[in-house]
Write a protein of this length. Structure first.
Length: 148
């Protein structure tokens, strides 16, 4: 087990991406599309969406199975890459009740309610160093709606 942890740290140190920017999130689209159909119960749809969401989180962080320590490390590294973006940090500030710890708010980006929107913003920031107004506004609307 320790050898695996050392190998992971080495891989991270070698610049292997900690976040899959090529992933497209679909769990909320599945929810929207399938809840309007009669051939699936609401419980079945929500179970499928929850499973899809969990698989998406693993995929974007390059994980096969959930590992809390690895997830915390990768989320912290991603936060350090993104904390210079004022728009993302304003979303993190709304989400956290601990004003001085924006990383707590940033971690909430990966919750079921926000991931599908936050992912688009993070991908744009990591690939272009900027976030489109449309994606940022959609994320801010959701963050502000849930925080009100």
């Amino acid at each position: 087990m320790d050898a695996l942890k050392n190998e992971e740290k080495t891989n991270l140190d070698l610049g292997i991406p900690i976040y899959n920017v090529n992933h497209s999130s679909v769990y909320k689209r599945i929810e929207k599309d399938f809840l309007n159909r009669d051939d699936y119960s609401k419980e079945e749809v929500l179970m499928l969406c929850d499973h899809t969401y969990r698989m998406e989180i693993l995929n974007v962080f390059g994980m096969i199975a959930f590992n809390e320590a690895e997830m915390n490390e990768k989320t912290s590294m991603l936060y350090n890459n993104c904390k210079t973006n004022e728009e993302l940090m304003s979303c993190a500030k709304v989400l956290t009740s601990v004003e001085n710890d924006l990383e707590v708010g940033f971690r909430l980006f990966f919750s079921y309610d926000y991931f599908y929107l936050a992912h688009k913003c993070i991908v744009e920031f990591l690939t272009n160093q900027q976030i489109s107004k449309e994606n940022l506004n959609n994320f801010l609307l959701k963050v502000n709606k849930n925080s009100a």
